[in-house]
Each structure stands twice: as C-alpha cells, then as structure tokens.
Design a binder for this molecule. Structure first.
Ligand SMILES: [Zn+2]
Length: 315
C-alpha cells in the first residue's frame, strides 16, 4: 500500500492571499533559478491556481490513481491569524470550522482514499473543541499544526491540543523547516518540538518535511525520543536540484531511526508543478543515487506506505 501521509487541498479563499503570493514568489525563484528572471508572482498565481485548486479532492484522487497511491492524508492549515486581528478570529472567511468541514466532505466523497486530520491555530477560541468535533463527528485521524503562523509548539495553547491527541490516541503533525513569506521559520525549528515530545511521551509527533535543512536536528531529537517521527514530503525540490542531498538525508534518517518512523508524502498540490506524484513515487521506488546510496526494497516499501499504515492502524 502506498500512502501519501501529507497533502493539502487549496481552493478559492482557502488561505490568505498574502501566503499564496508568498508561495508564488518562492515558486518564481525556484522555477527561474537558472535565468534569474523576475516574473510577477501574481502572474504565476493566476496561471497556476486553476490547476491546483481542488476543493473536493477530485484532482488529488486522479493524481493518486496515476501514481499508484492508495490513500492520502489531507491536512488543513490555518494561517488566517496572520491577517486577522485576534478579535476577529471567529469571523474570518471561511471559518476554520468550515475549512475543516470542507476536508471532511472530501474524505466522505472519496471514502477509503482520502483521510483527514483536523487543523487549527491553537490560539483560537475553542480550538480543542473543534479538534474533538473533527475526531468524533468527522472521522479525523490526527492533528496538523502550522506554527510558522506565529506560535511555538511548546506553548500552553498547543498543550491543550496535545492533551486531546493523547486522550484519543492520534498523532500530531507539526510543520517544520522552510516556508514562504509571510510565515516565519523561527517558529519551525525542530528543537521547539522536543519539549512537546518530552511532555507528551504517549503522543506521536510527526515532524513534517523532516525539518528540510534541519534534518539532522530532527533525527538527533528523534534518536532519543521514540515518539518523534518524520515525513519527507516536499523534498521534490531537493531531489530535483541535488538528488544525493535527498537520498543522503533519507538514508541518514533511516539509519538512526529505522524505516518505521520515516513517512512518505507529496505535500501537494503545489509540488505537482515541479514533479508529478507519479514521478515522485518512481524516484523513490527506484532510487538512483549518483553516489550509490542504497535502500533495500523492504525499506522503500515501509517508507512508501508500511510505516504510515502501522501508525494509523491500517495494517
Ligand atoms: Zn504541508
């Protein structure tokens, strides 16, 4: 079974325009790296948003079919507090409850293929209530936090959500590593997840993107804390730019943690602009490391799906 353990649904107004444009600005830099050409990020956004917007998950399931991905875990991200005054947090558009509900609807439409975590900024009023509602009423299977919106993963507001995760025995996925403006990476350094993992040893914390450039820090923390997992979604840029950087990081994580705490993901849909999900799965299934870094077939099978299946009880 191949499981995409980390993917999103973008759609009209799903996230603040400042973040869509910040992401487009990063995209321009990546796409035009060789020429240094300065394309208008608004233009890139206008060109690509229609291909990526996928409110009900139909496009995602099409890409999964093409890539042979059996299941995907869709993760709502809550970045609205970046742009809203704190007093206005519950009148944003769409509300965070509506956003989580949209994810639920996609899982209901694609039953057995899409599964959702709940996702909300822990500083919101009743964040824990909404998380519980997601678990109890909408069949959600975990929590996604995006601290780069302006909080650290060891703050008390987050602890209230980890307590719910502990009670319901579901994992917490925390964004880690680089991120476009206006989000701030000072909040996403892996070391800030360590205190949470220490205080909630029964909760599984999945450090998303294995911290990207901070991957050694993630592996170092995880070596001593078996409740820290990592995923390698969103590493398509590293793979395409410098394949051995990706294979070395993946090998490094597996050497220290074994394959069972290292999860595959796409972090789509944005990365499909660089590399199809099919090509990403192929790149991992047949790892062609220029310097001969090796993986066993068993390790690759566990990475692509076995580890996530065990974590979510799908074995
Ligand atoms: Zn993501």
């Amino acid at each position: 079974m191949i499981i995409d353990s980390h993917v999103h649904l973008f759609y009209e107004n799903s996230d603040p325009m400042s973040w869509f444009i910040g992401s487009a600005r990063s995209g321009v830099a990546v796409l035009n790296k060789a020429t240094g050409e300065k394309m208008d990020p608004y233009e890139l956004y206008e060109q690509t948003a229609p291909q990526l917007f996928d409110k009900n998950g139909d496009k995602l399931v099409g890409w999964m079919d093409e890539a042979g991905i059996d299941r995907a875990i869709v993760l709502p991200i809550d970045l609205r507090l970046l742009t809203d005054a704190p007093s206005a947090t519950d009148i944003d558009f769409p509300t965070i409850e509506e956003k989580n509900h949209t994810y639920f609807e996609a899982t209901r439409r694609h039953k057995g293929r899409l599964f959702a975590c709940a996702g909300m900024d822990p500083r919101r009023k009743n964040a824990a209530g909404l998380f519980k509602k997601g678990l109890e009423e909408w069949g959600m299977i975990g929590l996604k936090l995006h601290p780069t919106a302006g909080y650290y993963p060891h703050e008390p507001a987050c602890y209230a959500l980890y307590e719910v995760a502990r009670q319901y025995n579901v994992p917490v996925i925390i964004h880690s590593g680089n991120e476009p403006a206006p989000l701030k990476c000072m909040y996403s350094q892996p070391k800030y997840i360590d205190a949470a993992a220490a205080d909630f040893p029964e909760v599984t914390f999945i450090v998303a993107h294995c911290g990207h450039g901070w991957y050694e820090e993630v592996v170092d923390l995880a070596t001593m804390k078996p409740n820290i997992y990592c995923d390698f979604c969103g590493w398509q840029v590293e793979y395409l730019t410098h394949p051995d950087y990706f294979f070395r990081a993946l090998r490094y994580a597996m050497d220290f943690l074994g394959p069972w705490r290292v999860l595959f993901g796409t972090d789509g849909p944005a990365y499909t602009l660089l590399m199809s999900n099919k090509d990403w799965v192929e790149a991992i299934r047949n790892p062609a490391s220029p310097s001969g870094i090796k993986f066993s077939k068993e390790e690759i099978d566990i990475f692509l799906g076995g580890a996530a299946a065990r974590l979510y009880g799908w074995e």
